[in-house]
Write a protein that binds this ligand. Structure first.
Ligand code: UT7
Length: 315
């Protein structure tokens, strides 16, 4: 397939590090050097599905396709208010889609997992045009009295339209199952028969272990994928790395021995927006005119699961 449209939508509320230090024992001096985050967009009055709809509309406008042209719609999301129907159906209704709508919960690498599904459907001859949206509100997963998690995240949606083409040069997906490294539990409705004890738990993360996993997984995925398609680092124009932490991106950069200029970043203004991070970055760079035809973009993302993935896309 090839990407023919991108879009993004972010909440209007901007929360700076100084605003967080008004109610948390934290500071700009701690957050910036450890994460690279200066501010983040946080959902206040918006509905998540409206951000998803806006991102999709922008991507569709750019692609020149309409909702009636879409054969398959994938929504990547970790948490939203609807247990059912899937967020893809809620957003699909807002867009007027009439195609199959599926949700995936693959955490931060969700955009890459969604591209893999799209490419597989296309290669099977089942679809021509696929719309992907990654729509996330991780700020609603955190305990906002916990400074170790709540300072890291931001909300938003990023979308892409894919159509027939030969521009996805390779995708690799990995899992090192470890559900105790990043997790959150919600309470379900009680029944008269439940005898076990159940608790609600806000987002928990073993930050240092996840940091190491992220750097190892990303460098391994990127090097192995490039090799498997017969490409080298010299062929890569840009690394579109999940915006979780500027130090993770720096470590990947150093390990790959690649220059700063190949790593576009927006973490300073967005924080970690889970699976929305890669497509928001893609849309911002695309609309700034950063990419030219033939450029090679290497996506790499990692997160809860622990899942990781990489993709090579020719622009
Ligand atoms: O998208 C999912 C992927 N997630 C990630 O990629 C996150 C990966 N992990 C990280 O980015 C880093 O581990 C963090 C940014 C989360 C934490 O940085 P760290 O350098 O690993 O710090 P730490 O957790 O080891 O904490 C060091 C100290 C602790 O204090 P003590 O115990 O040394 O007194 C923490 O309590 O920093 C303290 N601390 C804070 N202090 C001020 C933790 N969070 C904060 C904070 N403000 N926000």
């Amino acid at each position: 397939m090839k990407i023919i449209g991108t879009g993004s939508a972010i909440p209007s509320k901007v929360v700076t590090n100084d605003m967080l230090s008004e109610f948390l024992d934290t500071s700009d001096e701690w957050i910036v050097p450890r994460t690279g985050i200066k501010s983040r967009h946080v959902i206040s009055s918006e509905e998540l599905e409206d951000l998803g709809i806006e991102a999709c509309r922008k991507a569709l406008d750019m692609s020149g396709l309409g909702p009636q042209d879409i054969d398959y719609f994938i929504c990547s999301n970790v948490v939203n208010e609807y247990a059912t129907p899937g967020l893809s159906c809620v957003i699909g209704a807002g867009l007027g889609l009439q195609c199959p709508c599926i949700d995936i919960n693959c955490a931060c690498p969700g955009f890459i997992y969604a591209m893999d599904i799209a490419e597989a459907q296309y290669r099977a001859g089942r679809v021509k045009n696929v719309l992907i949206v990654c729509c996330e509100e991780p700020t609603r997963m955190c305990d906002w009295t916990d400074r170790s998690t709540s300072v890291l995240f931001g909300d938003g949606a990023g979308a892409a339209v894919l159509t027939a083409g030969d521009n996805i040069k390779g995708i690799s997906l990995h899992c090192e199952p470890a559900p105790d490294k990043i997790w959150q539990k919600r309470l379900m409705q009680p029944t008269p028969y439940i005898t076990k004890e159940e608790h609600e738990t806000p987002l928990q993360m073993k930050g240092r272990e996840v940091f190491k996993f992220a750097v190892n997984a990303s460098t391994r995925d990127v090097e192995a994928l490039l090799k498997s398609v017969g490409m080298s680092k010299e062929d890569v124009s840009f690394y579109m790395v999940h915006q979780a932490n500027a130090r993770i991106i720096d470590a990947i950069k150093q390990y790959l021995e690649e220059p700063d200029g190949k790593f576009p970043s927006n973490i300073a203004d967005h924080g970690n927006s889970s699976s929305a991070s890669c497509p928001i970055l893609l849309d911002e760079c695309n609309r700034k005119g950063l990419f030219k035809k033939g450029d090679i973009l290497v996506f790499s993302a990692f997160g809860a699961g622990l899942l990781s993935g990489a993709a090579i896309v020719e622009w």
